[in-house]
Structures are given as structure tokens and as C-alpha cells.
Design a protein around this ligand. Structure first.
Ligand code: ATP
Ligand code: MG
Length: 414
């Protein structure tokens, strides 16, 4: 045990305390592990709480159910049971060692050895445990590395990567989130040397890591190193010729203008806006349909120019894809801000972005029924008339009243 202690608010949570107590009775033991301990030491917020225990998975399930809590065997073959208490999930994993690995999966052996369990984890900062009282247990030197914000593999970086190539991406992901200065030289060298192995991973795991990497407050340094050593091209060949120069001004704009870090917008910053290539990227990395649609719509939207009028922009927001236009505008504004002697363009893009962000399509004040009442027969003519009125309404800046629009019905089309 170290003399380190954590005392975050979440540690006092009654559900967490009772799960730890249930799994620590009768000679067994349970501790909080990994992310929450690391983040508590760094004073950062925690979303998921992972627990490690000496109980075998069946024993975890038995004890949890006996306490009338819900146990879901989410990954029992690897020892993981999700416990739901008070509507909140806790991941409980039996202490284990990886006894056979093929670069993607591991065959595991359950055990009671905390040192073996900590050594099978990826980085020193991810292998700390805490007891229910908040005492920190450090079996791999993780606390010192948290102190210096050093991201270091446990053991030999090359060996650890050969066991699971995803660790290359995790190396850059955790560096982006918690690292400082340059990435650890051994980790960098091993990642460079073994990057070909990334092609063996399932696309879901790759995108999941990339998305988390792209969600860091400032992923620009991590991305630069990844690009430098060829890892970025290995997983995102689209970025190779396009470059990643926009990432830095984008993260600056986010920080200074209060935009939430947006992993998809960051992705858009480093790949060419080419609908066919982005469709292919989305298929290859198994992006969700929502993610794919947003990427493709971004590529298909005309870039917004500073000289575009407000009216034309509003018409585009009305008829087009608002999200895609906002994405275009944010990237345009972020890049423009970094350029010298372009103050007026920057101000203009800022104004356009606030129009886009506030834009809500006002409903057309006349309906099909109004037109029928005005003598327009049902059928194609009705649709054409509605389109004509909608255009007039948009062109007027959404100011034409119902009466004025109905007057237009009587007027001949121009
Ligand atoms: P986050 O805050 O992003 O959830 P985390 O540290 O909880 O960070 P997870 O990906 O949720 O990270 O993994 C939980 C823990 O499991 C890690 O802290 C690490 O100890 C271990 N782990 C996860 N994936 C791997 C892996 N591929 N190889 C080795 N250990 C891993
Ligand atoms: Mg986690």
C-alpha cells in the first residue's frame, strides 16, 4: 500500500460501498481499479467505475443476486460482470492473467494475485487500485507516473503491443488525455515498429479508440506523433495527403469560443471533404449511421464563404442540412482565425456561425388546405405552388405574412 489516499465524492456512493462490501466478505476482496483511481488522483471527473475482485464470476453473480442487485454477465469469459445498482452500472472483473494472446484476443486465467492482475493491464497509470476507504495500492509504479504525467507501458512495450495491437492506439489515446511533453520513447519506438499489426484489429475496436482519442481536450500533439510515426496513416489513410494542420486551430477555437470537443468535427478536420471517400471510411471503420450521415452531409455541403449574404445562408439552412453547414462554418472559422490580416473575414464567419446556430426553420404560414380553399386543385400543381410560396417566404427572410403569401397564390408566377 502507498500512503496515497483518494477522497472523491463518488467514493461515498452507497451502491459502490455496498458492492465492495458484498464482494469483500468471507475471505474475498474487491477494489476499485484503473480509470477512476487515476482520475481521482488527477482531480478529474469519473464516468465509469471499474471494480476488480478475487471472486470468480459465478461467485460475483451469486453474491450480487443474493443482495437483490442485478448482475449481467457482459463478458464472463474474460471475467466481467456488470452490476446494476440504483440504475447505475459498475463493471466487476475477476483478477486474471492473460495466458495466451494472438494480438487481438486473450485466453485468460482467473486468480487471486493482485500483482498478476496489475501486470496484465496496459499502462502504469491504469493499474492502480483503491480500497473502499480510499487507500491507493500501486504495484507497478503508476503513482509516480501520474505525478509526472508519463504514459508508460507496464513491462516491455513491444511485448505488450504484440499481445494486443490495440494498445498502440491506446498509447496515443491516453497520451492525448493524460500525457505531457513527448510520448515515452520506448512506447513510441515500439508503436512505430509494430504498426502493421493494427490491420489485424476489428474495425469496431479501432474506431472506438480513435473516437476516444479525438474526444480529448487537445488531441493535436498525439495526432502529430501518430502521423510522424505512420500510425495515423495505418488507421486513417485518408488523412495522409490532406494533413492534420487544422486540428490545432480547431482545438484553440473550441477552447476560446467555448465549443464542446466534438470527435466527429475533429475527424472532419483531418480528412478530405470527399463524399465517396468518407462513405468508404465510414464503412471500413463501422461508424454508426448517424456518424456516417453527418460526415457525408458535411462533404456534400458547399463551403460557406465570408462573402455569402445572410439571406443566401438562411435559404441554405432552410433547404439544406443545418448540421453540415454548421460543421463547415466551424472549421472555416477555426482556420480563418489563425490567419494573419483576415480580421473582417473572421468576423463575418463568426456572424454567419451565430446565424446558423440560432437558426430554427420557421413554419410556412400557409398549408395545403389553405391553397385548396383558395381554389388550387389537389395534385402536382398544389405541390408546385407550395414550393413557390416556400421560396418566396425564405427569400423574404421569413417575413412574408399569411395574407401576403395567399396574395401570391392569385398572382401569376414569374
Ligand atoms: P476511461 O476513463 O477512458 O474509461 P479507463 O482507464 O477506464 O479509461 P478502459 O478502456 O475503460 O480505460 O479500460 C479499463 C481498464 O482496463 C484500464 O484502465 C486498463 O487497466 C484495462 N485495460 C483495458 N483495455 C486494455 C487493453 N487492451 N490491454 C490491457 N489493459 C487494458
Ligand atoms: Mg473505463
Amino acid at each position: 500500500m502507498t500512503d496515497l489516499r483518494i477522497e472523491p465524492d463518488w467514493l461515498a456512493d452507497a451502491s459502490l460501498q455496498s458492492i465492495l462490501a458484498i464482494l469483500s466478505a468471507d475471505g474475498e476482496e474487491a477494489r476499485i481499479v484503473g480509470g477512476p483511481v487515476r482520475n481521482a488522483l488527477l482531480g478529474l471527473p469519473v464516468t465509469d467505475i471499474d471494480i476488480a475482485t478475487t471472486c470468480l464470476p459465478e461467485e460475483t453473480i451469486r453474491r450480487i443476486e443474493a443482495a437483490r442487485l442485478k448482475a449481467v454477465p457482459t463478458g464472463v469469459e474474460h471475467g466481467t460482470v456488470t452490476v446494476v445498482a440504483n440504475g447505475r452500472p459498475f463493471e466487476v472483473t475477476t483478477l486474471r492473467e492473460d495466458i495466451e494472446t494472438d494480438g487481438r484476443h486473450a485466453k485468460v486465467r482467473f486468480g487471486k494475485d493482485w500483482t498478476a492482475d496489475s501486470k496484465r493491464r496496459d499502462f502504469t497509470i491504469n493499474a492502480l487500485y483503491a480500497t473502499a476507504d480510499g487507500d491507493v495500492i500501486d504495484l507497478v509504479g503508476g503513482a509516480a507516473d501520474i505525478e509526472t504525467q508519463t504514459l508508460r507501458f507496464i513491462g516491455e512495450a513491444e511485448d505488450r503491443i504484440r499481445e494486443d495491437y490495440l494498445r498502440i492506439l491506446r498509447f496515443f489515446r491516453f497520451f492525448a488525455w493524460y500525457g505531457r511533453g513527448r510520448p515515452d520513447a520506448d512506447g513510441l519506438r515500439a508503436s512505430t515498429r509494430l504498426k502493421e499489426g493494427l490491420s489485424r484489429l476489428s474495425p469496431e475496436r479501432v474506431w472506438n479508440e480513435l473516437r476516444k482519442l479525438l474526444s480529448a481536450k487537445d488531441p493535436s500533439r498525439a495526432l502529430l506523433w501518430m502521423r510522424q510515426c505512420g500510425v495515423l496513416t495505418a488507421v486513417l489513410p485518408e488523412s495522409e495527403r490532406w494533413g492534420i494542420d487544422t486540428i490545432h486551430p480547431l482545438t484553440l477555437a473550441e477552447a476560446e469560443l467555448g465549443w464542446q470537443p466534438d470527435p466527429l468535427l475533429r475527424l472532419m478536420a483531418i480528412v478530405p471533404p470527399d463524399a465517396a471517400r468518407l462513405t468508404e471510411l465510414a464503412r471500413r471503420l463501422r461508424l454508426s449511421n448517424t456518424e456516417r450521415d453527418r460526415l457525408v452531409a458535411f462533404a456534400q455541403a458547399e463551403p460557406v464563404k465570408a462573402q455569402e449574404s445572410d439571406g443566401s445562408l438562411r435559404a441554405r439552412l432552410y433547404f439544406g442540412d443545418c448540421q453540415a453547414i454548421k460543421d463547415r462554418l466551424r472549421l472555416a472559422l477555426a482556420t480563418q482565425r489563425g490567419k494573419p490580416d483576415t480580421l473582417s473575414e473572421t468576423a463575418r464567419l463568426g456572424a454567419q456561425l451565430s446565424i446558423a446556430e440560432r437558426f430554427e426553420a420557421p413554419p410556412l404560414p400557409v398549408t395545403g388546405d389553405d391553397l385548396i380553399a383558395a381554389g388550387i386543385p389537389k395534385g402536382p400543381e398544389l405541390g408546385q405552388m407550395l414550393d413557390r410560396l416556400r421560396r418566396a417566404f425564405v427569400e423574404s427572410g421569413f417575413t412574408l405574412s399569411r395574407e401576403k403569401l395567399l396574395d401570391l397564390v392569385k398572382a401569376p408566377a414569374d
